[in-house]
Design a binder for this molecule. Structure first.
Ligand SMILES: [Zn+2]
Length: 473
């Protein structure tokens, strides 16, 4: 039986998280009306001059360091010439010979996948096709000139599953460091893949096929699996494999030929005459290195070992550097990692999502959160009140203890007082009491709810349940 070997390389484009574009001051905000975020520079009008975005270059350095690359101290921008309607200058400013980062790696499942290069460039405009009539296409230049980084792996990936896993790890690393939001739906992370299959004993590499148009990590895996099978079948039947670019058809779950690829494109790369070569000094590299600190894979492992958190909890908490920092600051004030992790994962992350806020800008500081969790653990307030207080502090930034006092929310621990409330609830809800006595046990939940309501959630529901059961039985 013949044994085959699959070789995959990925090219990942990531839009950088800057406020302005790569070579002009236009905003990079997503979702605005077409062609409202443009200027003569990003429209490619004659006579304009590009100015490189310092923040974008710093993010490029940051990604290169995080990917264990060697950062080139001298970088140069080049013109990559080609014609396409979404490229008004007829060339893209990119990097060729001296990219920002080279020779790195990313470790997945204890195996290093080589990073061939990381380079900086600008995004193109976006073609919008009218799919109903099919009679016109428009071009939106809002995307034109958005800072872009291309990460090219070595052909080290050996299966479609491994490609998916690599992308998940890469996304994690890039979002952790704040280089990009990696939002695939908004196109801030895009991936093309090269795949070849050969007989295992063959020394010569197989013919490469490029696959494009995949909108999720899952479709990358599926498209590659489809290609792997297609090429293997061709090999088995001794049919020729065409070197070409194929598009993934998400609806049909197949790849289709787009164009046959020439050996090499003639992009006529030459140094961009409007931008000087730039030097990255060692101090900048060291500063960025210290700002990144511990990388997320290591931090995730450390969270599991040091704080005894599950793999899942650690992974969520290390999804962003700011969240991991926030967690570690909170447990400095209250050393119960598991409890703090739970409250961050449920309440804080939900509030951030709801308000579209980031953790470093929200008004609940680690000390305040620690205080609230501690009050719940010590039965000063119950969990329901805890949630309310988190929400209030999140919005107002008030002191949690002051809020509890001000609103008189301290948990009622005096059993006599609780019993009084329960008596009243039982008297007011004869129907539910009868239901419970005739075997409909779900009535108990209703009664507990009534007591919680009457006490303004200031009693401990499990104590209420216990007393209620005693009284009803
Ligand atoms: Zn512009």
């Amino acid at each position: 039986m013949k044994e085959f070997q699959t070789i995959i390389g990925l090219e990942v484009h990531v839009e950088l998280l800057t406020n302005s574009k790569m070579f002009c001051c236009c905003s990079t905000e997503f979702g605005k009306q077409p062609n409202t975020q443009v200027c003569p520079v990003c429209l490619g009008l004659p006579g304009t001059l590009p100015v490189a975005n310092e923040k974008a270059i710093e993010l490029g350095i940051c990604a290169s360091i995080a990917l264990n690359c060697q950062v080139n101290e001298e970088c140069i921008f080049v013109r990559k010439s080609y014609f396409y309607p979404d490229l008004p200058k007829n060339f893209q400013i990119s990097q060729y010979m001296d990219p920002i980062g080279i020779n790195g790696y990313l470790c997945i499942n204890n195996r290093n996948i080589g990073i061939h290069r990381v380079h900086m460039e600008e995004d193109t405009g976006k073609l919008v096709h009218n799919e109903q009539s099919g009679t016109w296409s428009g071009i939106d230049f809002n995307r034109s000139g958005i800072p872009l980084m291309e990460i090219v792996t070595e052909p080290d990936i050996t299966s479609p599953d491994e490609a998916e896993r690599f992308l998940q790890e890469l996304k994690k690393l890039i979002s952790y460091t704040g280089v990009s939001d990696c939002n695939m739906e908004e196109g801030s992370l895009r991936c093309d893949a090269n795949i070849s299959v050969k007989l295992k004993e063959d020394v010569k590499l197989g013919t490469k096929v490029e696959v494009k148009n995949m909108n999720s990590f899952r479709s990358v895996r599926r498209a590659l699996a489809y290609e792997q099978e297609r090429i293997t079948d061709l090999l088995k039947n001794e049919k020729p494999i065409i070197q070409e670019t194929r598009l993934w058809n998400e609806t049909l779950q197949i790849t289709e030929p787009m164009r046959t690829k020439e050996e090499a494109h003639d992009y006529r790369y030459f140094p961009e005459p409007d931008l000087l070569p730039f030097r990255i000094d060692i101090n900048t590299i060291n500063r960025i290195k210290s700002e990144i600190g511990e990388l997320p894979q290591l931090r995730e492992k450390r969270f599991q070992n040091q704080y005894n958190l599950s793999e899942y909890d650690s992974s969520i908490l290390t999804s962003k550097k700011a969240i991991a920092d926030y967690f570690e600051q909170t447990i400095k004030h209250y050393a119960k990692p598991k409890q703090v992790a739970n409250w961050i994962q449920t309440e804080i992350l939900a509030l951030l999502k709801e308000t579209r806020c980031t953790i470093d800008k929200c008004k609940i500081d680690p000390r305040a959160l620690a205080k609230i969790v501690e009050m719940v653990d010590n039965n000063i307030i119950n969990a329901t009140v805890g949630k309310q207080i988190i929400r209030d502090v999140f919005i107002t930034g008030k002191e949690p203890e002051a809020l509890v006092k001000e609103r008189n929310l301290t948990q009622i621990s005096d059993t006599k007082e609780i019993e009084e409330i329960i008596e009243k609830v039982l008297a007011d809800n004869a129907q539910a009491v009868n239901d419970y006595k005739s075997g409909r046990t779900q009535a108990l939940g209703f009664l507990v709810g009534q007591v919680m309501r009457k006490s303004r959630a200031k009693v401990n529901p499990s104590i209420v349940k216990e007393i209620l059961q005693k009284k009803l039985n």
